[in-house]
Design a protein around this ligand. Structure first.
Ligand SMILES: Nc1ncnc2c1ncn2[C@@H]1O[C@H](COP(=O)(O)OP(=O)(O)OP(=O)(O)O)[C@@H](O)[C@H]1O
Ligand SMILES: [Mg+2]
Length: 216
């Protein structure tokens, strides 16, 4: 299965989700390829950092691709891996479109803030355009990342996302938790942190299980 983590907003948590998903899928068994299709190369930097911290066995293979190569190379590589996770930049780029054309799943995190939520209609248009030219189905999941512990913002954002046709809103927000940057700083996924952050790992586990169970 091929998963693209994307959207049309910077800083929504795409790389955090993509790297944690690669680690989670690897722990659940199977060969995982993490493709960095963002010119910022944060996912690649994370993988290098991870290697420095835990050694060669980082659990997945990491490569960097850009533009149309994302589609061409991923098409060639897909028979070799059980799961391919593609991290994209927060803009409507050739790389993100190329990734979506070969993907089965599109995961789009949103911070529950107006400027972030307003981009959902652009994402919806992008999805329609991709579906119009794509032979196989593209399943789209939206969810909240960096959600507040309480307050109306989460509900308002959830309301908007859940009403967007053609995209499934997963009601499993990831909270705004220090553990995410703490784990990244050590080259780890949330589920690998010791001592564990139970809340963060449960939220992430539930989110990924929800997505993964759609396939099995
Ligand atoms: N649930 C969370 N709780 C707390 N901090 C988070 C959470 N998710 C992401 N972050 C932090 O938010 C920042 C941006 O996250 P990240 O780099 O994953 O976003 P991005 O969408 O990939 O950004 P870009 O558009 O620049 O590629 C990072 O410092 C990351 O540690
Ligand atoms: Mg990123």
């Amino acid at each position: 299965m091929i998963y693209t983590v994307g959207g049309i907003k910077g800083g929504s948590g795409k790389t955090t989700i993509a790297t944690n998903l690669a680690i989670w899928l690897a722990q659940n068994g199977g060969d995982v390829l993490l493709v960095d299709a963002d010119e910022q190369e944060t996912a690649t930097d994370f993988s290098a950092w991870r290697e420095q911290h835990i050694g060669d066995e980082i659990g997945y293979t990491s490569i960097k691709l850009t533009g149309e190569s994302v589609r061409n190379q991923v098409t060639k590589l897909k028979a070799k891996y059980d799961h391919i996770v593609i991290d994209t930049g927060g803009r409507d780029t050739t790389s993100q479109r190329a990734a979506l054309v070969v993907s089965d799943y599109y995961l789009v995190p949103f911070n529950p803030r107006s400027f972030d939520i307003w981009t959902v209609y652009k994402v919806q248009n992008l999805v329609s355009e991709i579906r119009a030219v794509k032979a196989s189905p593209l399943k789209v999941f939206t969810f909240l990342n960096r959600a507040d512990p309480r307050g109306a913002d989460n509900e308002e954002a959830a309301e908007i996302l859940s009403q967007c046709e053609g995209m499934d809103y997963i009601n499993n927000p990831l909270g705004n938790r220090k553990a995410f940057s703490h784990a990244a700083g050590k080259g780890l996924g949330i589920i690998e942190l010791v001592p564990a952050d139970e809340k963060a790992s449960t939220e992430l586990n539930n989110l990924f299980s929800h997505i993964y169970n759609q396939l099995n």
